[in-house]
Write a protein that binds this ligand. Structure first.
Ligand code: ATR
Length: 307
């Protein structure tokens, strides 16, 4: 439901969207529309189910229809990289795109976000950013009181989200990183990349024998209530970690977080990461400071059913 202070939809309302498959669980529209209303913008943020083989056409359609920008979620973050006209340094460094800014060329040849110009007269290009990677670092600090620098981390998952998190954690200067993934070769490839780009970080494929500060789930295991734990309890015990972070935010309590709570560990779900990646994206589209507290409240209402 639109907040009561949202500007009415009209023929001049401009659109943003999140593309994903599946997408119906997304809390992004609630978060962004609350902020858009508070900023008094004549914008709306919608969610579209887009199949991976249709991503190129969907991005092109959004460009042609004058959308201001996009968020991309599973399974599009890696697929979008070669589809961008331009990659921001963040997307290049972390190897995935979760935010697209449509930019237009102004009279003086400068490219500006479409949301920040009165009228689009020139060509429009899609510029890909990654706002996820910084968001995970921030959320680990805020929501788990973990300082990633010098931490020992067990990272579960080496898909798009896992790889970006691994590289960003390495860049932050974690002491040691253990990578576990169902497809071991993908974890090995990420470990090799880290060894080359961040030689000071100790990186291993497999489970740690000693203790770690945090276990971070970047797999999709936990989205369904019947999912097994994303780690092998024969090889790792939750007693070996101080905290457990799950990038999943719906359900708010995954089997992993339930087990971690039962083991008396500190826990956080992915709400904080979703919040900070979304706030950074909205800043890119608007070019102004965004109401983060309002966005957090909207997410909490959407995810926990309370304002
Ligand atoms: P995302 O962009 O969210 O990372 P992804 O690239 O499809 O999406 O990655 C999904 C992650 O969840 C991967 O680590 C995947 O393991 P594989 O690399 O072996 O595919 C993991 N995953 C998905 N389903 C899984 C399952 N049933 N068991 C274990 N891991 C699973």
């Amino acid at each position: 439901m639109n907040p009561p202070f949202a500007r009415p939809l009209s023929a001049s309302t401009r659109l943003l969207a999140v593309f994903g498959a599946p997408i119906r669980h997304s809390a992004s529209p609630a978060m962004h529309n609350a902020a858009i209303a508070e900023l008094g913008l004549d914008w709306r943020y919608v969610a579209c189910e887009v199949a991976p083989e249709r991503l190129r056409e969907a991005i092109e359609g959004a460009r042609q229809m004058g959308f201001l920008g996009l968020n991309l979620t599973v399974p599009h973050k890696l697929l979008a990289v070669p589809l961008m006209d331009e990659l921001d340094d963040s997307a290049r460094r972390w190897g995935a795109v979760n935010t697209v800014v449509f930019e237009t060329q102004t009279g003086d040849g400068e490219w500006k976000p479409v949301g920040q110009v009165a009228q689009v007269n020139g060509p429009v290009r899609a510029r890909g950013f990654n706002t996820d990677a910084d968001a995970i670092i921030r959320s680990l600090r805020e929501d788990l009181a973990i300082e990633p620098r010098s931490a020992r981390v067990l990272l579960l998952g080496a898909g798009g989200a896992g790889r970006a998190a691994a590289l960003r954690l390495a860049d932050e200067g974690v002491e040691a990183l253990w990578l576990v993934n169902r497809t071991v070769d993908k974890a090995r490839a990420v470990a090799d990349e880290i060894a080359e780009r961040f030689p000071a970080v100790e990186v291993k494929v497999g489970y740690p024998e000693a203790e770690v500060e945090v276990v971070l789930n970047a797999t999709s295991l936990g989205l369904k209530p019947e999912d097994p734990l994303p780690f092998d309890p024969q090889q790792f015990s939750l007693q070996q970690t101080d905290g457990v972070y799950d990038m999943i935010y719906r359900p708010a309590e995954t089997p992993l977080l339930k087990a971690a709570k039962a083991a008396d560990r500190r826990t956080a779900n992915g709400l904080g990461m979703l919040l900070h990646q979304g706030a950074a994206a909205l800043e890119l589209w608007t070019g102004q400071a965004v109401p983060v507290t309002t966005m957090r409240r909207a997410l909490e209402a959407e995810i926990y059913g309370r304002a």
